[in-house]
Write a protein of this length. Structure first.
Length: 95
């Protein structure tokens, strides 16, 4: 896995596109922080790849929420407590 800066992308973009076509993957960084994952895909599989990436992101988010809930001791709350939390969040959004 390569890490590539935005500056490198501008200066050597052709090299990166070639590597992506060859199956390489890269992480794009801005100021040393990762901002994007780049991977080559076949033209006929674009929708399939997008669905798979979205599914993976959703699964990672759920795992993170479960870990956070377990750390906070919220892993065993009742349905009534869940509904109360939802009502409180909705009230807070309304201002």
């Amino acid at each position: 896995m390569r890490f590539i800066t935005v500056r490198e992308l501008r200066l050597r973009g052709g090299d990166l596109w070639r590597l992506l076509r060859e199956g390489e993957e890269a992480i794009l960084t801005v100021n040393g922080k990762p901002v994007a994952f780049l991977a080559g895909i076949d033209e006929g599989r674009v929708e399939e790849v997008i669905r798979a990436l979205r599914r993976a992101k959703a699964q990672a988010a759920v795992s993170s929420m479960r870990e956070t809930a377990a750390r906070r001791g919220l892993g065993r709350i009742t349905q009534e407590e869940i509904e109360a939390e939802i009502r409180a969040a909705r009230r807070e959004r309304r201002g």
